[in-house]
Design a protein around this ligand. Structure first.
Ligand SMILES: Cc1cc2nc3c(=O)[nH]c(=O)nc-3n(C[C@H](O)[C@H](O)[C@H](O)COP(=O)(O)O)c2cc1C
Length: 244
């Protein structure tokens, strides 16, 4: 294990994909014991991290020191100056996990108009190793939903208690049915614990079929020698050892 200034320095791109996000945080947490991790988070990524209630974990992994920062797209303006660190080789590697279908499509098209796609472009120019875990790729059959109200269990109580209990006013009535507004949800889980009928679920597994275009984009990405493309965040630590 390396210590102090000897710590391996990782720049970690997080995009707005819920799929593989919790698994990614598990791996990031472990790697943060032996490496310093700075997170570069897209605007959508910031929202999704909140929806899945991972803000606390994020601040433990990146407590704010120079190489352990949270860098938000929403605070980086239009030109993403801190993405330039990859050109200057501030980090030993860039990991992007999970990489949303949107981010993968932009990389393939050469578009760099988000913090994470720009970080990838700068890392390529600077010769920094890049590891990418796309959320939408061949073999993905199921994904986990965030907080959802199950319509089959919800009794449509006249005075729905979780509307009043949500500290973020994220539960609203729509056609007289309570609905979770994911633009406000902070993933605290109070609704799940407090609904007297157990109508709120978290992490429910649902079937998904990845789109053909996303599978094609990942295939194209695998052919580019600048990227190491993985199908699971669990493979990141071994791969990182190989590329560093
Ligand atoms: C709760 C939630 C989960 C999402 N999960 C995914 C996902 O697994 N894969 C994906 O490609 N997009 C997902 N999206 C949509 C992306 O956030 C959206 O495409 C966004 O534009 C991605 O922007 P980015 O690539 O700059 O992060 C999700 C959105 C929400 C609200």
């Amino acid at each position: 294990m390396k210590w102090g200034s000897e710590l391996g320095k990782i720049g970690w791109g997080i995009t707005g994909a819920g799929h593989l996000l919790q698994e990614t945080f598990g791996v990031m947490e472990k790697l943060a014991r032996t490496h310093s991790v700075s997170c570069f988070i897209s605007s959508a990524g910031e929202r999704v991290v909140h929806i899945y209630g991972l803000q606390q974990k994020l601040s433990e992994i990146c407590p704010g020191n120079y190489y352990q920062e949270v860098i938000l797209e929403t605070e980086q303006g239009a030109a993403f100056p801190l993405a330039g660190r990859f050109l200057r080789k501030t980090y030993d590697a860039l990991i992007v996990s999970p990489a949303s279908a949107n981010t993968v499509a932009k990389i393939i098209a050469g578009i760099t108009d988000t913090l994470v796609t720009n970080a990838i472009a700068q890392a390529e120019k600077g010769g920094v190793p890049i590891i990418i875990v796309p959320s939408d790729q061949i073999g993905i059959k199921k994904t986990r939903l965030p907080y959802v109200i199950n319509r089959e269990i919800c009794l449509k109580c006249e005075a729905c208690s979780i509307i009043a209990l949500c500290p973020y006013e994220a539960i609203v009535l729509s056609d007289r049915l309570p609905k979770i507004d994911l633009t406000k949800c902070e993933g605290c889980g109070i609704c799940l614990r407090k609904c007297p009928h157990g109508a709120v679920t978290f992490g429910q597994r649902v079937r998904v079929t990845p789109r053909k275009i996303d599978i094609e984009n990942v295939k194209k990405m695998r052919k580019n020698k600048n990227y190491v493309v993985l199908n699971s965040p669990k493979k990141i630590p071994k791969t990182l050892n190989k590329v560093l």
